[in-house]
Design a protein around this ligand. Structure first.
Ligand SMILES: Nc1ncnc2c1ncn2[C@@H]1O[C@H](COP(=O)(O)OP(=O)(O)OP(=O)(O)O)[C@@H](O)[C@H]1O
Ligand SMILES: [Mg+2]
Length: 198
């Protein structure tokens, strides 16, 4: 099957969940994530404001430790099809971007460089056996991560752990890896933690 067909089918499956099922899955994923030592130790965490049928992140955001700071993406105001991460505070003003997704209002003093993040939680439409990710099809995460990729791989930058969050049914064995894919290191679903990092 082509990526576009997978995307359509998996989005329908995601959409068909009730809000109870979605929230229950969100709580199970939050529990598994919070049990990971790397998550517990992370001080600056990038995440996403769940939209459409995406796995809810509200429980994760509400239960962050006192020393943990949260950053969420906005569509990059300068570099097309890239994301920029902004730190969230009690003073954050919210708005909707052109896709109807909630994002913090752009403030230069809230920008968090990618190199300062320890963890990035990424929404999924699907994921494959090498940690390859199927997103909404804009290529935003691939582009955003691609610039620093070789420096991360060579260990020249502090490690950024990319973790996809989703439902178990989003695993697709036959998902083709595209040359521009930046694979995820971990995926957390209600039933398990999938480790693609080795
Ligand atoms: N680093 C990159 N440089 C140039 N083009 C890219 C890059 N990454 C992705 N693209 C292009 O973006 C398009 C969409 O990518 P893809 O299908 O992987 O989206 P996606 O990862 O599912 O979307 P998203 O991350 O926005 O949820 C592809 O046609 C691809 O050519
Ligand atoms: Mg992609």
């Amino acid at each position: 099957m082509q990526a576009q067909q997978w995307r359509q089918q998996l989005k329908q499956q995601r959409q068909a969940l009730s809000s109870d099922e979605r929230n229950h899955a969100g709580l199970q994923v939050a529990k598994r994530l919070q049990a990971l030592a790397e998550f517990q130790q992370a001080q600056l965490i990038a995440s996403y404001a769940s939209f459409g049928g995406e796995l809810p992140t509200c429980a994760i955001h509400q239960q962050l430790g006192a020393a943990q700071r949260l950053a969420l993406p906005v569509l990059h105001p300068v570099v097309a099809k890239h994301l920029l991460f902004l730190e969230i505070t009690d003073a954050t003003v919210w708005q909707q971007n052109r896709y109807g997704i909630n994002e913090p209002e752009l403030r230069c003093d809230r920008v968090v460089p990618l190199t300062q993040l320890q963890i990035m939680l990424v929404p999924l439409v699907g994921f494959g056996p090498n940690g390859q990710r199927l997103g909404m099809g804009g290529g935003y995460y691939d582009r955003t991560l691609s610039g620093n990729l070789s420096a991360w791989q060579r260990g020249e930058l502090p490690r950024l752990l990319t973790i996809g969050l989703g439902y178990d049914f989003q695993y697709c064995e036959g998902l083709v890896q595209q040359p521009w894919d930046v694979p995820l290191q971990l995926v957390v679903t209600p039933s398990k933690v999938w480790d693609f990092s080795r």
